[in-house]
Design a protein around this ligand. Structure first.
Ligand code: ATP
Ligand code: MG
Length: 397
């Protein structure tokens, strides 16, 4: 049985002159997501991209599972390809659509005739196909207004496609069409969600993680890797930078006023992340901050943190409730990993009474401790890099 996957573009259909380049990026991302599953041919016509596996024994379930996470896809469906003859259509439709039609109570048929030379009109195709399906599944009724399943028969140049309803795609814009940004990733619930949300807008991601061994363990780093693995199923491969932050944090704790240590630490994170991000040609930083969640996320505290950044800071979760963030993290498969109890460098050095209304000038002064510039350079120089992939197969890029 020969099958194809029909993919509908999302927002990129709106992009006018840029459309061709957006589609090219989407096709590259689709090929990348399906990498390792076998040879495919990809074609585009109007707002549909057609993926055609060369071999018949292609893993369509796994392909669907992967395509569900490719940004820029509004919807997609798997179709069977049959010869452009009415008999073939009437014979194959009940067989191919068996799972959907068995589960449904009502259906309707929708015919599209791209090839106008086909001997039957669309209403005739609908009527004949409907008849064949009713005969094969006597429990079914036709409902043209609210059918459980819509069966589509498309007559194309080189064959007929038969499929049931489309599945929803991930929406958003193809990753890579919006530039590149660096997400500051901790092991928590928020930052992976922030990363996902920016990737959904077409941003390619680099990730930066601050580690403070021995206060933070190897397991905590592994957790961050696992989180990025889930995000990469949507965002594509992610460059991963691990910054050795122990010395910096120890000296901040030793030399700075206790009520400002969190803010000062966060400002150094911003400074280091800005430098690393620029080295990697990123145009912005991303964090998982949300107003009022903790002391360092009041409006004033965020302003003090932001002052240390040398790139724009995007905070896609800024107006979201924790429950809303958790909902997204469950959906993208990061929640269960995030709630594993491993310490983060932020929590290790938390002051008892952090400032919620800090004064910028006071913080700027307090952060100038002995050797601070040297420690900053050492953290950058000691940073190690890796790459995280979202799937075992298909690591080619
Ligand atoms: P999360 O759930 O993502 O850990 P949070 O609510 O715990 O966030 P904080 O710990 O205050 O908040 O961190 C705020 C943001 O700072 C995080 O969302 C993340 O972007 C960044 N961040 C915190 N810790 C680290 C770290 N160790 N490495 C890199 N970025 C970090
Ligand atoms: Mg955290």
């Amino acid at each position: 049985m020969k099958q194809v996957i029909l993919i509908k573009n999302g927002e990129i259909a709106l992009k006018g002159l840029n459309r061709a380049s957006f589609e090219a990026v989407l096709i590259k991302n689709i090929k990348h997501a399906l990498c390792g599953l076998g040879e495919i041919r990809v074609q585009r016509a109007q707002s549909t991209i057609t993926v055609e596996p060369v071999a018949e024994e292609y893993d369509m379930d796994e392909a669907q599972e992967r395509l569900r996470r490719v940004f820029g896809i509004a919807a997609f469906s798997c179709a069977v390809v049959v010869p452009k003859e009415l008999d073939a259509i009437l014979q194959q439709a009940p067989v191919y659509l068996c799972p959907e039609l068995t589960a449904a109570k009502t259906f309707k048929v929708n015919a599209k005739r791209a090839d106008k030379r086909f001997a039957y009109t669309s209403p005739q195709i609908c009527a004949k196909t409907g008849e064949a399906l009713l005969q094969a599944y006597p429990h079914l009724r036709v409902d043209v207004h609210h059918p459980d399943v819509t069966v589509t028969v498309e007559i194309r140049d080189f064959g007929a496609y038969i499929h049931a309803d489309q599945l929803p795609g991930a929406g958003g814009m193809p990753v890579g069409t919006g530039g590149k940004a660096a997400v500051l990733i901790s092991g928590g619930i928020d930052s992976p969600v922030a990363a996902y949300m920016m990737a959904k807008r077409g941003i390619r991601l680099t990730a930066i993680h601050f580690a403070s061994p021995p206060y933070t363990s190897q397991r905590a780093e592994l957790k961050v890797r696992q989180l990025l693995g889930e995000v990469a199923k949507y965002a594509g491969p992610i460059r991963f930078a691990i910054v050795p932050f122990t010395e910096m944090q120890e000296q901040i704790a030793r030399q700075c006023p206790e009520d400002l240590t969190t803010l000062i630490m966060r400002r150094y994170m911003m400074k280091i992340a800005s430098r690393l991000a620029k080295q990697q040609e990123c145009e912005a930083l991303i964090t998982g901050e949300s107003i009022g969640q903790v002391a360092s996320q009041t409006m004033k505290a965020l302003a003090v943190t932001e002052d240390a950044a040398e790139l724009p800071v995007f905070r896609p979760l800024i107006g979201m409730d924790k429950q809303e963030i958790i909902q997204v993290s469950r959906k993208i498969g990061t929640f269960e990993i995030s709630i594993q109890p491993f310490e983060d460098c932020c929590t290790v050095f938390t002051p008892k009474h952090p400032r919620t209304r800090p004064k910028l000038e006071a913080v700027r002064q307090a952060e100038q401790f002995e050797n601070c510039d040297l420690l900053l350079e050492q953290a950058i120089a000691g940073t190690t890099f890796d790459k995280i992939y979202g799937q075992e197969r298909g690591t080619a890029e």
